[in-house]
Design a protein around this ligand. Sequence first.
Ligand code: ATP
Length: 401
Amino acid sequence: MAAITFDDVTKTYGDGHRAVSDLNLDVKDGEFVVLVGPSGCGKTTALRMIAGLEEISDGQIRIGERVVNNLPPGARDIAMVFQNYALYPHMTVAENIGFALRMRKVPKAEAKRRIAETARIIGLLDHLDRKPGQLSGGQRQRVAMGRAIVREPQVFLMDEPLSNLDAKLRVQMRAEISRIQRQLAVTTVYVTHDQVEAMTMGDRVAVMRKGLLQQFDAPQRLYERPANLFVASFMGSPAMNVLEGSLERDGDALVCRIGSATLVLPPDVQQARPELASHVGKPVAVGIRPEAFDEAAGRNGDGGRLRGHVQAVEALGSELLVHFDLDAKPVLVEDVLEGLVDQEQAEELAELGIVADSSRATVVARLDASARVRPDEPIELAVDLRHLHFFDLASGEAVGA
Ligand code: ATP
């Protein structure tokens, strides 16, 4: 097992396109790291450079103590699992799992032991004699994992391994892969465009955009302390609401104005985030997660409310997603729009009759299922002022995070 280190790694393709720029990343021994970002952000290129399938233009990648820049893939002691795992249809599960061992002329007794051990880990001991055609989609995916596991590599590299599975199976397999990785404690780098997958699977998550690393942190920290507008709007579903606002002084208090509303920030927020003071008088982007709204003021006191008009209510059983409009301007900078890669979500909104309007913001609140809200009625919600996010409008960087 081994750590993986990227030192100022850049990849420029033959046509001059810079897919990865100055990437610095340290994946610890045994850690599960997810590379996530929208299509084209360079995550697959980064993974393929670890594997040796893509040349490194500049910088250095180390696996353990070894610089691998010039090592061929076969000498790197890694195993990859791809989206398109082609199993050999005429071979049994045992033969598929053991194929790499046969190629390497591993003695029969040892191969048998390793195949059995692998089958136990992936939960297919009873299916060793079946052919892939006799397996479910999830079981086939587990065989693909098994082929990587049986090689006992130093590193697993996975590129969107679940994207061909249906939604329910994806959820199951997410948990399954996490469990197997924890059990084996093999250093793993996992590529996905799906932020839910990233949040639920990674020990740490590296968010990329346009070849640049945006933030590398534990999932909860990415969610609670996004470094910039892009990460803020990319991580979380429904996405963070981002509105234009301003920070102002009102006597001793620091207030945030959003449209016609004034939110009074509690003194401890000012103390904990002194950087906010430097943005007094300046326009800022204010981020509010859907769950930071509530019908009644919570334990954080009533420092202000937002009023609007309900456009649509989605009842999800355990909770309501309430879309309402507000006399505030949405922040429609590229960082936010690009972070909202969830096309499905955009289509759903369109179906609900909600379209982007630059003069009025539509925000979404996650409320308890018992909340009494109806479409076309006014709504007034308390905001959890300790969980507001602020960003510099010009740079997109978080203020006082
Ligand atoms: P996706 O989720 O769509 O696979 P990604 O984040 O994995 O996206 P990469 O495949 O790493 O993105 O590609 C990063 C950028 O490099 C893209 O703009 C892509 O068009 C470009 N790219 C990839 N392969 C090549 C190549 N062989 N030659 C030139 N450009 C390439």
